[in-house]
Design a protein around this ligand. Structure first.
Ligand SMILES: *Cc1c(COP(=O)(O)O)cnc(C)c1O
Length: 388
C-alpha cells in the first residue's frame, strides 16, 4: 500500500466515506511512548475497537513497534484479538460478575479482579478451563469507578490467597487508574500512587510478587515517577495528545483521517435555503458540493455551521445543518472542485485540514469522543503505512 496519503484527489475507486488509518503513525507513537517510559513494559490500549481505528491492525502495529502488552475493556474485545492470532500478554478489565471467563482463561487473557464476586466468577472460569487464571487485582485509589476500596482490600486478599492456594489464580499485578492524569501536577496523583503502593505492599505481605501499574497516556508522557512496572497508554497510541495540545506541539502523529468524496456539484442561485431548517441561505449565486458523510458517520450534528473541510486545495465551510447522511459544502465560484473529489473532514493537520482536536475544542469535548465516534459500518476503514 502507498504510504503517502493523497489528500487532493483519490483514485476513482476510493470509498464514499473513509477512515484512513496510518499505521506508520501508530508505530511512531509507540516509539515515542517507549522513549518516554524506557524502564516500564508498554501496554497499548486498544479498547473500543482501537479507539475507532481498528483493534487488530493497531495491536499488530503496536507490537511490531515495541509494545509488549495489550489492554482492552471487555471479554469480546479480548476474544477478537486472540481470534486474530495475537498471542501477546493481554489484559481485560471491565466485566460483569456473571460473565463466563472460561474462554478468557483458556486463551491466556489476564483478568482484572476488583471484588470477591468477580474473583468467584473468575475462579469458576479457571476451574472449567482447567488452569489458573492470571489476575490483576484492582484497587480503587481515588477514581471511585472500578477497583476495591481500601477497606475491602484485606477481605479480597483473603479470598485471593485461598484461590491461589487451590491453584485457581495467579496474581500478576496490583493496579489502579488515575482521575486527573491530564493535569500533571494535580495533588491527587501522589495520593493515588501512595494508595496503590499500600495495596501492593499488602499483597506482597501475603507472599505474592505482583507488578504495579497505574499510568495512562497522560501519566506515561508527563509523570515518570508514576510509571511503576508497566504503563497503559491509549489515546497517544493514536497520535492524539492526552493533554489536548495541538498536534504540531507534540511529537505524536495523529493516525486517523476522516474523508469523503463529493457526490454532486451544482450551481445554486442567490437566496436559496440550504439543508434542513434553512439555517443558511446562499448570499449570492454559488457552487455547492454534496459530500455523503453525516452524523451517522461520526460528524457531530452540533458542528453544523462551524465545520470546514479541506476540498479542492482550500478549507471550505460546511453550510447548513449536518444531516444523518450528508453535508453541503460552499465552494463559491466552484473552480477546483469536481464530483468525485475528496473532502478531508479531519486528519493530522499537515495539509491544513482540521484535526480531531479542533473538532473537540469547537464542541467543548475531548478528541477521544471524536475518533471513537467514527464507528459506522458505512465508513470504510482503510490502512496506510503498513509495515513490510
Ligand atoms: C482507557 C484506559 C486507559 C488508557 O487511557 P488513555 O487516557 O487513553 O491513555 C488506561 N487504563 C484504563 C484502565 C483505561 O480504561
Amino acid at each position: 500500500m502507498n504510504a503517502m496519503i493523497d489528500y487532493v484527489q483519490s483514485p476513482s475507486s476510493a470509498p464514499r466515506a473513509e477512515a484512513l488509518v496510518d499505521l506508520a503513525a501508530v508505530r511512531h507513537n509507540i516509539a515515542v511512548l517507549r522513549a518516554a517510559a524506557p524502564r516500564a513494559e508498554l501496554m497499548a490500549v486498544v479498547k473500543a475497537d482501537g479507539y475507532g481505528h481498528g483493534a487488530v491492525p493497531v495491536a499488530e502495529a503496536a507490537l511490531v513497534a515495541g509494545a509488549s502488552w495489550l489492554g482492552v475493556c471487555t471479554l469480546e474485545e479480548a476474544a477478537e484479538l486472540r481470534g486474530a492470532g495475537i498471542t501477546a500478554p493481554l489484559l481485560s478489565w471491565l466485566h460483569l460478575p456473571d460473565d463466563d471467563f472460561t474462554e478468557a482463561v483458556a486463551t491466556d487473557v489476564d483478568l482484572s479482579v476488583a471484588s470477591r464476586a468477580h474473583l468467584a466468577a473468575v475462579t469458576a472460569g479457571a476451574r472449567r478451563a482447567g488452569r489458573p487464571a492470571r489476575v490483576h487485582l484492582k484497587t480503587d485509589t481515588g477514581l471511585s469507578r472500578g477497583g476495591a476500596q481500601p477497606a475491602a482490600w484485606d477481605a479480597l486478599l483473603d479470598d485471593v490467597e485461598k484461590a491461589a492456594a487451590d491453584g485457581h489464580v495467579e496474581v500478576v499485578a496490583v493496579w489502579s487508574h488515575l482521575a486527573n492524569a491530564d493535569v500533571p501536577d494535580h495533588p491527587s496523583l501522589e495520593v493515588q500512587a501512595a494508595r496503590l503502593t499500600a495495596a501492593w505492599e499488602a499483597a506482597c505481605a501475603r507472599g505474592f510478587t505482583p507488578i504495579r501499574h497505574l499510568a495512562n497516556a497522560a501519566a506515561t508522557l508527563t509523570r515518570p515517577d508514576l510509571h511503576f512496572d508497566l504503563v497503559r497508554p491509549g489515546i497517544a497510541v493514536y497520535g492524539l495528545d492526552p493533554l489536548g495540545r495541538r498536534p504540531a506541539g507534540t511529537p505524536l502523529r495523529p493516525a486517523m483521517t476522516l474523508r469523503g468524496r463529493v457526490a454532486l456539484v451544482k450551481r445554486v442561485p442567490a437566496g436559496e435555503g440550504v439543508s434542513y431548517g434553512h439555517e443558511w441561505t446562499t448570499p449570492c449565486e454559488t457552487t455547492l458540493a454534496l459530500v455523503p458523510v453525516g452524523y451517522a458517520d461520526g460528524v457531530p450534528r452540533l458542528l453544523g455551521g462551524r465545520l470546514r473541510v479541506l476540498l479542492g486545495g482550500a478549507l471550505r465551510p460546511v453550510v447548513g445543518r449536518v444531516s444523518m447522511d450528508q453535508v453541503v459544502v460552499d465552494c463559491e465560484d466552484g473552480t477546483d472542485v469536481r464530483e468525485g473529489d475528496t473532502a478531508v473532514f479531519f486528519g493530522p493537520g499537515d495539509h491544513g485540514e482540521p484535526t480531531a482536536q479542533d473538532w473537540a475544542d469547537e464542541l467543548g469535548t475531548i478528541h477521544y469522543e471524536i475518533v471513537t465516534g467514527v464507528h459506522s459500518r458505512r465508513v470504510t476503514r482503510s490502512y496506510t503505512g503498513i509495515a513490510e
